[in-house]
Design a protein. Structure first.
Length: 175
């Protein structure tokens, strides 16, 4: 009899937990749908070629900064600009900080996806790109954050983001 009561109590607890989890997930999806998380995100795919790997067929850790750069360049391109266009405005964008977390290795012939995100509309002189790198199976391999400054090329002083670029990005953050 005790075993039956204990089993009933366990089933009751599991049912309550399932209902709570379902309610939390519905709340999260409701907020995502109705309030839409405001950010700018792009995806770029890169095939890992032999020159990027070591003797074990694993991508050398220093190449991840290049993957972030490729993702940033394509993110800027997708809103209608290139680094060359920004430099023609007299603005340069040096990297001032980079953080990288290695979770799993990328390997020779993997097709990786670099997801590049601006989580916040840049204000003043600083822009932070967040990167996540996945393999073709969808496993998260690496995360990174790269901070760049907008600087005037002629005197290397910090400056605001070019108005044209800011106008293109604002639509992703002002809904």
């Amino acid at each position: 009899m005790k075993d039956r009561l204990l089993m009933t109590d366990t089933l009751s607890i599991n049912l309550k937990l399932s209902l709570i989890i379902e309610l939390v997930l519905r709340l999260i999806f409701y907020q995502l749908y109705h309030y839409q998380i405001l950010m700018y995100t792009t995806e770029t795919q890169i095939r890992i070629h032999y020159a990027l790997t070591d003797q074990m067929g694993v991508v050398y850790h220093g190449h991840y900064a290049q993957f972030y750069e490729i993702g940033r360049g394509e993110a800027i391109r997708q809103i209608g600009y290139t680094y060359k266009d920004i430099e023609a405005m007299g603005i340069i964008m040096p990297v001032v900080d980079i953080h990288s977390r290695f979770l799993r290795p990328a390997k020779y012939d993997d097709l990786i996806t670099v997801i590049t995100t601006l989580k916040e509309l840049p204000v003043h002189h600083k822009i932070v790109f967040h990167s996540e790198i996945y393999n073709q199976e969808g496993a998260l391999l690496n995360t990174g954050d790269v901070t760049l400054y907008f600087m005037e090329a002629k005197d290397m002083k910090r400056c605001e983001m070019p108005k044209e670029l800011k106008a293109k990005l604002e639509k992703y953050f002002n809904k």
